[in-house]
Design a binder for this molecule. Structure first.
Ligand code: SAM
Length: 184
């Protein structure tokens, strides 16, 4: 597997060292459930959010197929995370954009993505990780990418370490990644 050319593989390699048997994790955009499955297989419990019931159902199906029961699926906007979670979190995954093979009109948008990110920064454990993949080949994604980057580059450097991964010789707006860890 050539991990650097596939963000869906690269993110897992970067996240894995942050996961332990007792980790509590959150998939902020469940979609088809692939990231939720990865987190469920590698942590004590995973919470997963999606605004679309169909995504929650697909995710549940995938988790059940894998005989897992260490999950809580929440059909609501991730910006309301504080209504559902009040414990510290080891790893958050945001895979922005729209549900593949579904209605492309329903995408993550800058306003709620930023609200959700602010709340995850509060819930994140020291030395925990937030991993975000930005898809900016569509209008909402382009605005979202701009606003997220502008927000994270201003985070207090003494409290957070922010890494930005961007392919620089590709066509058609390839996905980019932002990783954040909390230092204190
Ligand atoms: C690119 S997909 C996620 C892919 C997924 N992580 C996977 O492994 O298959 C993005 C998902 O974000 C969901 N979404 C959009 N806006 C959201 C919001 N405000 N809160 C939670 N989920 C949202 C969409 O419904 C879509 O299923």
């Amino acid at each position: 597997m050539n991990i650097i050319s596939r963000t869906t593989e690269l993110d897992k390699h970067l996240i894995k060292p942050y996961l332990k048997k007792d980790s509590i994790t959150v998939d902020m955009t469940a979609g088809n459930g692939n990231d939720t499955l990865f987190l469920a297989l590698n942590s004590k419990k995973v919470y997963a959010f999606d605004i679309q019931q169909v995504a929650i159902e697909k995710t549940e199906e995938l988790l059940k197929e894998n005989c897992l029961d260490n999950y809580e699926l929440i059909c609501d906007c991730h910006s309301k995370i504080d209504n559902y979670i009040n414990e510290s979190i080891d790893v958050f995954i945001f895979n922005f954009g729209y549900l593949p093979k579904a209605d492309k009109i329903i995408t993550t948008i800058a306003e709620t993505s930023l609200k959700a990110l602010e709340k995850t920064l509060e819930l994140l454990k020291i030395n925990g990780l937030i991993c975000m993949t930005l898809y900016h080949g569509h209008k909402n994604g382009e605005i979202e990418r701009r606003e997220i980057l502008s927000y994270v580059e201003k985070l207090d450097f003494s409290k957070y370490y922010v890494l930005y991964i961007m392919p620089i010789n590709q066509k058609n707006c390839p996905p980019e990644m932002v990783l954040i860890t909390k230092r204190k």
